[in-house]
Design a protein around this ligand. Structure first.
Ligand code: GLU
Length: 608
């Protein structure tokens, strides 16, 4: 995920300033490096550096970037850490063709090998850089015109992309193409824009054209021309006028980033599932052969490591321990060269986790991490990394990164199962098929439960205290649901293994006391019915997360959320947490709280 923008205009101006202004509106999409390609004096001029927009624009002389045409990029690294070399735009060998890209080119390795054989020289580790070199190959070796060359190239790309190309070969236009990454056009009388998202130009124009997949656009200061790049047929699409306020537009029409991020989960999970990471097999093998394994995390990530611990036990038949990073000292004396440390973190900057890793490394342990932010401190201290590919998360309460961390644990778990023989080849393939379905199930779960969550929230918002109960793996769902409610709605929420709740917590239950039960149709089902009965006998009001059609439990409940049939029991923790994210969100909203910025909390905890 990143922000891209392009401007082509009739008059020559200080275009660098306009690009930076537009990129600033897209910084929520990525912020590890910034770059601009402009055309001046018939030359492509690249200005780029690592850092946030505010830092980079202090270092470079933005006002000196003049011209009628420029493209700009704010990056969220997926291939290669944040650095000046990896910052976009990328250029071909001659420097005539420059490209910015949002997305992931899945077949880049194969295409890069081809280009290396043809003598192209690369300057970055990104997947993106193959694009200008491929275009160069088509123009300079095959003799195609620039537009035809780009069309030939995008047809060969697999994965997701929104790209913009500027070149001194056709200095008055921007060429764009997209598949599965967003791209919109903004129309003004004397200038045209293209961008990842509408906020980039909303203060300049409200006249917008949304592009569809497999479309190719030629953008000049006079207008736009769209074709389908497969059929080459012309596409007629009239602009429409957007009425969003700029702040709303940044959140894609959602009132808060948290809700936007909840809704992004089908996409973030699909990205995770789609991208094959070579580190996965190495990580699974190392865990399988290790003597001691400690998973390490803080906050929400801790619940994903508890899932990891369970899966290592189940699939590798090994014991492992999930340690809260700030408590790492208690196991420090056990760490040696035969130890694997598996830290899980969104930011890769959590101070407690970093300190624990450093100390473990000094004692010879191997560090295999699962992290969202590429190039972050934890990834730099790791021997192997599994990236979460969830994109930037702005809301302080983790949502899409939790489901990404959990699916990553399953990814490792399934590989361990195959290695240990705990699941045979056909069971493994079957499990992988069901695993592919997770994004779709999550999508249906959101649709089915959102309005209900808003409704239940009007009741929940009046409560001061609640319990979240689950069994087996879904104890983690209860833990995460309770944490969300605490974090953003400020309602005291305690999670407990359902079977244990009678050993203490039940003493607090009184008439209409909220107890949330996570009740999938698995081996925990019958026992949890007993736990619901115990609580109800004391007056508790049960909110249940059930599989669609589970009348037995539905009849015991005051409120229900339903997970659509067809999900795999195996991966239930991912869809089952979704209604709890929505419930916490709407409860916070009903209490007039700001879910994106809960009091006393910060996104990345970089103090001990
Ligand atoms: N895959 C590209 C990179 O790592 C683009 C990432 C993005 O969308 O920001 O540079």
């Amino acid at each position: 995920m990143c922000g891209i923008v392009g401007i082509v205009q009739k008059q020559e101006t200080k275009i660098g300033k306009a690009i930076i202004e537009a990129l600033t509106k897209l910084e929520y999409r990525g912020y590890d490096s910034v770059g601009i390609a402009s055309i001046y004096d018939n030359k492509v001029i690249i200005t780029k550096d690592q850092g946030k927009i505010s830092e980079v624009s202090e270092r470079i002389d933005v006002n000196s970037i003049k011209g009628k045409i420029a493209i700009g990029h704010t990056r969220w690294a997926t291939h290669g850490p944040p650095s000046k070399e990896n910052a976009h735009p990328h250029v071909d060998c001659s420097g005539d063709i420059s490209v910015i890209h949002n997305g992931i080119i899945e077949n880049f390795q194969r295409l890069k090998e081809e280009l290396l054989e043809q003598g192209h020289v690369f300057q970055s580790e990104t997947d993106t850089e193959i694009i200008p070199h491929m275009i160069e190959q088509q123009v300079k070796k095959e003799g195609l015109a620039l537009k035809e060359a780009i069309i030939q190239v995008v047809k060969r790309l697999e994965g997701t992309f929104a790209i913009c190309v500027v070149s001194n070969l056709n200095p008055d236009r921007i060429y764009c193409a997209k598949r599965d990454s967003p791209l919109v056009i903004g129309i003004n009388t004397d200038r045209m824009f293209c961008a990842s998202d509408i906020p980039a130009f909303l203060n300049k124009t409200r006249k917008v054209v949304l592009l569809h997949d497999d479309e190719f656009v030629t953008l000049t200061s006079e207008g736009y021309d769209i074709i389908n790049f497969n059929t080459l047929e012309k596409v007629i699409r009239k602009p429409h006028i957007v009425s969003w306020k700029p702040e709303m537009a940044q959140k894609a029409g959602f009132p808060h980033f948290m809700l936007k991020e909840i809704h992004e989960q089908p996409h973030s999970l699909a990205d995770y599932v789609r991208i094959k990471q070579p580190s996965l097999t190495r990580i699974a093998e190392k865990i399988y052969n290790a003597e001691k394994i400690f998973l390490l995390a803080a906050g929400t990530a801790h619940y994903s490591t508890l899932t990891g611990e369970h899966l290592i036990r189940r699939f590798a038949k090994k014991s492992s321990s999930s340690i809260i990073a700030s408590e790492f000292e208690s196991v420090n004396s056990l760490i040696d060269e035969d130890t694997i440390i598996l830290p899980v973190s969104q930011s890769g900057e959590t101070m407690d986790t970093i300190m624990a890793i450093k100390s473990a490394k000094e004692q010879g342990a191997s560090i295999l991490s699962a992290v969202n932010v590429i190039g972050s401190t934890i990834t730099r201290h790791s021997d192997e990394v599994l990236y979460l590919y969830a994109g930037p998360e702005i809301g302080v309460a983790a949502t899409k990164t939790y489901t990404a961390q959990t699916i990553a644990m399953w990814d490792i778990g399934l590989e361990l199962g195959k290695l240990s023989g705990e699941i045979n080849n056909s069971e493994y393939s079957e499990a992988r098929k069901l695993y592919q379905q997770i994004p779709n199930i999550v999508k249906q779960t959101i649709v089915r439960n959102e309005a209900r969550a808003n409704h239940v929230a009007s009741w929940f918002a009046k409560k001061n205290s609640s319990f979240y109960l689950g069994r087996g793996l879904n104890l983690q769902t209860a833990n995460e649901g309770a944490l969300k409610m605490k974090e953003i709605a400020y309602i005291h929420s305690e999670s407990y293994p359902a079977g244990e709740s009678k050993h203490g917590p039940i003493a607090l239950v009184e008439e209409d006391y909220p107890v949330v039960f996570i009740t999938p149709q698995d081996y925990t089902h019958n026992r949890i019915i007993g736990n619901i009965m115990e609580m109800k006998a004391r007056g508790a009001a049960a909110t249940v997360v059930i599989e669609e059609g589970d009348r037995e439990i539905e009849e015991l409940s005051k409120w229900k959320f339903e997970i659509p049939q067809g999900y795999s029991e195996m991966f239930s923790t991912i869809p089952y947490v979704i209604p709890l994210q929505l419930l916490a969100y709407y409860t916070a909203v009903r209490r007039n709280l700001s879910p994106d910025m809960p009091r006393n909390l910060s996104k990345s905890v970089t103090v001990l």
